[in-house]
Write a protein that binds this ligand. Structure first.
Ligand SMILES: [Fe+2]
Length: 441
């Protein structure tokens, strides 16, 4: 199937309905005595049955076989590079400012599962709080192999190469500058459209991502609901030896079946995978002076139990105009109770003109100071403040209320920059007791 054959339905959290065969979707009810085409009706619940109605998510699926036929006995399998919280490594120091060059491809044959490399974990997968951040390196499509995570929804941020997610609820093609969310419990396989592929994943153990409230901003700008796209129904009726890997409480299990589990012919509901084009994100910011908090760039937020304190915010720093007068325009120096993991999708980030490159990551953990490097500080402090477009830039942040712990891979195998801390070393004291300081000396 070519990319142009794929169809999507617009809207975030809409109550969708879609069928791959005419009349496959029951009308006016969910569970007829007999479904047409001999399909089985099955509900996939993304929230507790009794969740408040504005948060309640579920999808009714009409499938060739019920999901109980897509599993037999389970055996444990090992995916040693995919870690789950809590994962605090004795001889790894997570305290500190960290930055990585892009994790290179190794030439090894890697799928979506074997190519997942956990960088940080936060919170606790068993109590469904926190997250993990991963890099994926994919060089091979999954063939008759499927996966689902009972632990988490996955937010996927490609940086290089295109991927196809063949899911129970339809097909999503994904390329750099787009993101996708794959809900907890959804079965899928991942194919390489052109490779190799590399990108970032935020594994959300907690409450689902939703759009942030805009408050006084009003009904428009930032991420708009219509720009999110969910796939239409699609199915395979394929009898072939297959295996499904399941991530459950941080452990991996395998079950073998004799057919493809992607057999949902029709579905309706509001629990579905979704993609979003980051180029449609409409940033807003200061139009006279000063600098809003970076939360102004929040694309999606996954709430925690504390109002306004996210389990995860997904924040986007993209092209925009800088117009503030008499203002230091890059991000200010700060310490943050939240833990900030950043990735560069393309271009140059304004607070770090060097060293933070596409495919690279940085981590500024809970209450650890950071801010512009020497070059960014000097440049922005002395710039002629005319209207300026920040062009060719797209970075993002996974920000969580929980401290992020480095994995062995992040600390010992990934290309960690030992000298990152030095980017602030040459910042000098400009204070000499006079209001002018030593700027001109
Ligand atoms: Fe920060």
């Amino acid at each position: 199937m070519s990319a142009s054959d794929l169809k999507y339905m617009p809207g975030f959290g809409n109550d969708f309905e879609t069928e791959a065969l005419p009349g496959a979707l029951p009308q006016g009810m969910n569970s007829p005595q007999k479904c047409s085409y001999g399909l089985y009706a099955e509900q996939l619940s993304g929230t507790a049955f009794t969740a408040p109605s504005h948060q309640n998510e579920r999808t009714w699926c009409y499938r060739i076989r019920p999901s109980v036929k897509h599993s037999t006995r389970y055996t444990k399998v090992s995916l040693p590079y995919w870690k789950s919280a809590p994962h605090v490594v004795e001889d790894v120091i997570s305290l500190g400012q960290h930055r990585w060059d892009p994790v290179p491809h190794s030439g090894e044959e890697l799928t979506w599962l074997t190519g997942m490399r956990t960088m940080t974990t936060a919170g606790d997968v068993n109590t469904q709080v926190g997250m993990a951040s991963h890099i994926y390196l994919v060089t091979r499509s999954m063939v008759d192999e499927y996966f689902y995570s009972a632990d988490s929804e996955l937010l996927i941020v490609p940086q290089e190469g295109r991927l196809r997610f063949c899911t129970e609820l339809g097909i999503i093609d994904l390329e750099p500058k787009e993101i996708a969310i794959l809900p907890r419990g959804l079965v899928y396989r991942v194919e390489l459209l052109d490779g190799p592929a590399r990108g970032f994943v935020c594994e959300n153990y907690g409450q689902k991502f939703e759009l942030p409230g805009r408050g006084p901003i009003g009904a428009n700008c930032m991420a708009n609901r219509r720009d999110f796209k969910s796939p239409v129904a699609w199915y395979e009726d394929r009898e072939t030896p297959s295996k499904i890997t399941i991530k459950w409480c941080g452990q991996f299990h395998e079950t073998k079946i004799g057919h493809s589990p992607l057999d949902i012919v029709a579905w309706h509901g509001n629990y579905a995978p979704v993609k979003y084009d980051l180029r449609t994100y409409c940033p807003i910011g200061a139009i006279l002076f000063d600098h809003p908090d970076p939360s102004i760039f929040t694309v999606l937020t996954a709430p925690s139990g504390v109002p306004g304190t996210a389990n995860i915010d997904f924040v986007l720093f993209r092209e925009r105009w800088m117009v503030a007068e008499n203002t230091f325009r890059p991000p200010w120096y700060h310490k943050n109770i939240m833990s900030e993991l950043m990735g560069n999708i393309y271009g140059q980030y304004d607070a770090k003109p060097q060293g933070f490159v596409p495919g690279g990551m940085s981590l500024h953990n809970m209450m650890l100071p950071h801010g512009p490097d020497k070059n960014a500080y000097e440049g922005a402090s002395n710039a002629d403040l005319k209207a300026e477009k920040l062009d060719n830039t797209m970075s993002f942040m996974f920000e969580t209320r929980f401290p992020q712990h480095l994995t062995e891979f992040a600390a010992k195998e990934a290309p960690l920059q030992d000298d990152y801390i030095d980017c602030w070393e040459s910042l000098e004291k400009k204070f000499d007791g006079t209001p002018e300081g030593t700027w001109n000396k």
